[in-house]
Design a protein around this ligand. Structure first.
Ligand SMILES: [Zn+2]
Ligand SMILES: [Zn+2]
Length: 549
């Protein structure tokens, strides 16, 4: 048995997203979190971005332990479970509820052992690792920090957290337990750095409820509230205020419906059945009698709010007098998309309230005062900032320095670094492969058919560029689409058919008055991808380009 604990972040450092950290003692391993990142614009044609977890192939994992149910912590789980031998998945009750439906969709529910993590329960022993859980407040219920006891020392891995003294469910960050841990002695703190640059304290989730309480009664038109589907307390607060004001609630968007169903069935959200209406029923009600909860707060191309903004939603439209509340902050990289949505909604006549002009959002992450509080409660011997871009990690490191942690005991690592904790302290000793893996499905929601592929396969499958030229005036196509194929399909007949398909899609959208470039690109991408896959079983990278002249 070795007495050196190796901590290897495979994702989540130098970025916000795809959190994944390996704890390794000899050949014994546990993984904390298995998250994904949102694709950025330069990942055109890619649905999901996962950490490169090829380092995990060598040895089985005792367990994957999840801090909470956000996609940047659990989204890669099915892909890891498909490739890696994993003893069990351990998470709190709501997190288990959320991942169960995800595992179901991927056909993994029968073959995965799940175990509930209980902050009040006995420690869990997994080989040389003993795990305990500490309740933390965050923007999703049931988040925990993980205490990892090993022969090499004790580590506290915070997960995402903030100090919310008045959380909606009353379950506060357990500062008593954190102080007790400080007395036991913590050798290394791995702490959330997202808001380390921001001064002061993050507001309580309850402040958003108060904002809803002020805004919603004054409105006379329809109200649309967009937020992360996982922000269950946010959604609940909006729905409660709406119901109090005589509105009924429609839940729109696949992930929003799914999360609401799970949260309601597990008792995390309590809303009367008769207050819920279908999107279609909602549009038949008088505008001042309805509130629509939807996805799309990040401007995701095929999400409910984006489709509403571009007049492309099958049920919901907005018009003058309506109010749209975007109750979220854009994840870095999504700002332009969100601005586009806001402009479109404003053009349609809606008043758009977002975090820059109304207190309709609070962060889920601790600001610098809260990080200072945690450092003084836990008094860690060493600190490794996690969860953030480099500047956030550096700001967190500075807070640790200020709190008296010696310079040589602060490690700013990057993805793939091997951080060793042993009797001599903590330092970076090695590097392993890290990076990104792309997942390209055949359209949103088509999870059964998602193909996992890395960069190598991407290059094997080739690239297909579809150039469509439309008239700025009316969106009509003014030249047949051009196709450029590289490393793919020498077959002229297939290329002809793809050209016809692109032409058909553009014509159909034009006939429906949809001329927005991003939507055209998405529709062309999905349609062409489907035909290529049906005919060749290959998934080239498809780059739809729309030129307006
Ligand atoms: Zn996170
Ligand atoms: Zn989170």
């Amino acid at each position: 048995m070795t007495d050196a604990l190796r901590i290897i972040p495979l994702g989540g450092l130098g970025e916000v997203g795809k959190n994944m950290t390996l704890y390794e003692l000899g050949d014994e391993r546990i993984l904390v979190d298995a998250g994904l990142a949102f694709p950025r614009d330069e990942h055109l044609g890619v649905d999901l971005v996962l950490p490169d977890f090829s380092y995990l192939y060598d040895h089985p994992l005792h367990a994957i332990v999840l801090t909470h149910g956000h996609e940047d912590h659990v989204g890669a789980l099915p892909y890891v479970l498909r490739e890696i031998e994993v003893g069990e998945v351990i998470a709190t009750r709501l997190t288990l509820g959320l991942i169960k439906s995800k595992l179901d969709e991927h056909g993994l529910a029968q073959t995965t052992d799940l175990r509930e993590a209980d902050p009040e329960g006995e420690p869990l022993v997994l080989g040389p690792f003993t795990l305990r859980f500490v309740r933390m407040a965050h923007s999703i219920p049931d988040a925990v920090a993980i205490v990892v006891d090993t022969p090499a020392g004790r580590v506290l891995h915070t997960g995402d957290w903030k100090l919310d003294h008045t959380p909606v469910d009353g379950l506060k960050t357990d500062v008593g337990r954190l102080a007790a841990l400080g007395n036991e002695g913590v050798d290394l703190l791995l702490g959330d750095s997202t808001n380390a640059e921001r001064p002061g304290m993050t507001g309580s989730e309850r402040l958003v409820g108060e904002a809803f309480r002020q805004l919603i009664p004054l409105r006379e038109g329809r109200i649309v509230v967009a937020s992360f589907a996982s922000n269950i307390h946010r959604v609940q607060q909006a729905a409660e205020v709406a119901i109090e004001n005589g509105r009924r609630v429609a839940v729109v968007g696949r992930s929003m419906r799914k999360n609401m169903n799970i949260a309601r069935s597990l008792g995390y959200v309590d809303l009367p059945d008769d207050a819920i209406v279908s999107p279609k029923e909602a549009m038949d009600l008088p505008p001042d009698r309805v509130l629509i909860l939807c996805t799309g707060s990040q401007g995701e191309p095929m999400s409910a709010l984006t489709r509403i903004a571009y007049g492309d939603h099958p049920n919901i439209t907005v018009e003058r007098g309506d109010t749209v509340i975007i109750s979220a902050k854009p994840v870095p990289g999504n700002e332009l998309r969100v601005h586009d949505s806001i402009n479109r909604l404003a053009q349609a006549g809606a008043e758009v309230l977002h975090q820059e002009i109304a207190p309709v959002h609070v962060s889920g992450h601790a600001c610098s005062e809260e990080l200072r509080t945690l450092l003084s409660l836990v008094r860690p011997r060493a600190v490794m900032p996690i969860h953030g871009e480099y500047r956030m990690l550096a700001a967190h490191a500075q807070l640790a320095r200020d709190s008296g942690v010696p310079e040589e005991s602060i490690v700013i690592a990057e993805n793939g670094a091997v951080v060793q904790l042993d009797a001599r302290g903590v330092r970076i000793v090695d590097r392993v492969d890290s990076g990104v893996t792309f997942v390209d499905g055949l359209g949103v929601g088509d999870v059964q058919d998602v193909a996992l592929r890395d960069r190598r396969r991407l290059s094997e499958d080739g690239v297909l560029i579809v150039v469509t030229t439309i008239a700025t005036s009316d969106g009509n196509e003014i030249a047949p689409p051009e196709l450029i194929a590289r490393g793919f399909a020498e077959d002229d007949e297939l290329l002809d058919d793809l050209r016809d398909e692109a032409e058909r899609v553009v014509a159909e959208l034009g006939a429906n008055g949809i001329t927005e470039i991003k939507l055209l690109q998405e529709h062309v991408h999905d349609a062409i991808g489907q035909v290529v896959y049906d005919r060749t079983r290959r998934r080239p990278m498809i780059l739809p380009v729309v030129i307006e002249v």
